[in-house]
Design a protein around this ligand. Sequence first.
Ligand SMILES: C[S@@+](CC[C@H](N)C(=O)[O-])C[C@H]1O[C@@H](n2cnc3c(N)ncnc32)[C@H](O)[C@@H]1O
Length: 352
Amino acid sequence: MLLPWIHPHLAQSVNPNKGRQLQASQRIQRGEVLLVDPPYAIIPISGVDTTGPLLCSNPQCNSPVQQTTGTRCPNRCNTDVIWCNDTCRDADNPRHTFECTWLSKYAASLRSKWGEYNFGMLWLIVRTLSRRHAEQQQQQHDSNDNDNNNGNHLHLPPDSPLSHFKSGWPAIDSLCGTIDTWSHAQVREWTVLVKKYLSSSSLPHTLSNTDVLALICKEEANSFGLYPRETGVFPPPSPAVDRGEQFGAAVYPRASIANHSCCPNIIHKPDKHSRMVFTAGRDIAPGEECCISYFDMTQYTTLRDRRERLQSLFRFKCGCSRCSGQEVEEVEAEGAVPDGSEVQWDAFPGFE
Ligand SMILES: C[S@@+](CC[C@H](N)C(=O)[O-])C[C@H]1O[C@@H](n2cnc3c(N)ncnc32)[C@H](O)[C@@H]1O
C-alpha cells in the first residue's frame, strides 16, 4: 500500500483570504521532506511521443509502464489503460470495472468531439468516482471497520501528524472550489458534459448531477499536473531549467491544501509512484505559511504573465511579497506614488 507521510512540524490552519493553508508549527530546515501524498485519482497524459511510458492504473502502484511490456485491459477499453503486470491488474479489478464500460463507450467520441483536455478532465472525475466506489465496497466488506475518525481510514495513532489531515473521499469532498468561482460559460459547458457523460445513468455512482458538477469545480481548482522535474525552485536557477513535459494529472487529498506563492518556500515533484513530495526550498520559520508554485516559474516571470496565469486557471490574485514588491516598483516607475502613501496636500490647507 502506498502510504502518506507528513512532517511533524507541518500543520494546517485557515487564512481569512485564502482559506485553508499549510503552516510551519516549528522551524523547518531547507531540504527536509514535508509531505508525501499518494494520489486519490490519477490519469496518464501521453505527450508528443505517444509511444512513451504510461502510468500503471492500479492506485496502489501508479508506476511508469512501457507500452510494449505492460498488461492491457482484455476489453481494450482505452489505449491509455495499462498495468505493470497481471498482479497489478487483478488488484485494480474492483476499481477498473467501474470505469471500463464508460471508457469503451465514450473515450474515443469524447476525445474527438470535446478535445483532449475535456476528455482528461472527465476521466479524472471518473477515476475519482471509481476510487470512491472501491472505497465504499471495501468499507462494506470490512465488518470490523467501526472507523469514524474524521475520514481517516489509515488506523493511525492519535499523535501521528497524519491524524490531523483528512484522507480518502472525505478529504476530496472537502476540497475548495465552488460553482461561483467559474464563469457562467464554463459552468454551462460542464453542466452539458455532466448530463451527457457523467450522470448516474452512465456510471454506477450515487451522486446527483449537481454533486458531480460541484466535484468538477473542486477538481479544477485542486488538480496537479505531473512533471518529471521539480516545480517551485526559487529563485530559479540560471540558466533556467524547466520542469519537463507533463505525464499525468492527479488529485491529492493533502497536497491540495497548499496555497500558491510566486516566491514559494516548498519545491514539489512526484516520486516514482506519483506520490506528491513537498521539500523545503529554504529554511522556514515557525508560523510561516508553506506555499508551492502553481506554475513553472521559468515560464511565467513577469508580474503580468503570472497574474494572467493565476486568474485564468485559478481565479485569484496573488498577494505574495514578490508580487506586492513588483507592483510597487511598477507604480514608482510610472511616476506615481503607491496607494496609501500619497499625500493629499489639499486636505491640509494650512500647510501651503
Ligand atoms: C489548491 S487550493 C489551495 C487550498 C485552499 N486554500 C483550501 O482552502 O482548500 C487553491 C485555491 O486556494 C486559494 N489560493 C491559493 N493560493 C492563493 C493565494 N496566493 N492568494 C489567494 N488565494 C489563494 C484559491 O482560492 C485557489 O483557487
